[in-house]
Ligand binder design. Structure first.
Ligand code: HEC
Length: 116
């Protein structure tokens, strides 16, 4: 029960962070660029993100929609190193591999939360 309470508290705090990230248009735009850029995130190669009219061939990863209520930290961790959560993940560890910087991952997280 104590654990559940602290999870709820953490979720509430990151919900507040999400609200402030939402007001940051520049960060979201930057994240969108990284997400779509073949030489940076290339997330579309595996994730068929719908919404915003993105046509994607990607089908290896799940559709990245409805992430608005996910804690920022969870999304950051998955992008930084998906193997932490799933040891046999087929998604590359963008942060751990040094492909995306801390601020680039934060921008992608801000963008992910805007995909409907
Ligand atoms: C090589 C394919 C591949 C690429 C490239 C890739 N992913 Fe993934 N991703 C996956 C797979 C497969 C999963 C399913 C869970 C797992 O295997 O870990 C996943 C899971 C996720 C999740 C968790 C979704 C959930 O509901 O828990 C997020 C968030 C995510 N990816 C974001 C990204 C972002 C952002 C990028 C680009 C920086 C990216 N992925 C690039 C394959 C990929």
């Amino acid at each position: 029960m104590k654990v559940l309470k602290s999870i709820l508290a953490a979720t509430a705090v990151s919900g507040m962070l999400a609200t402030s990230a939402f007001s940051n248009e520049a960060l979201i735009k930057e994240g969108e660029k990284i997400f779509n850029n073949k030489n940076l995130g290339n997330c579309l190669a595996c994730h068929g993100a719908n919404g915003k009219g993105i046509e994607s061939p990607g089908s290896m990863g799940p559709k990245l929609t409805g992430l608005a209520y996910y804690p920022d930290e969870y999304l950051y961790d998955v992008i930084y190193n998906p193997n932490k959560k799933n040891p046999i993940s087929q998604m590359p560890a963008f942060g751990k591999n040094g492909w995306l910087s801390d601020s680039q991952i934060k921008a992608v997280v801000a963008y992910l939360k805007t995909i409907q």
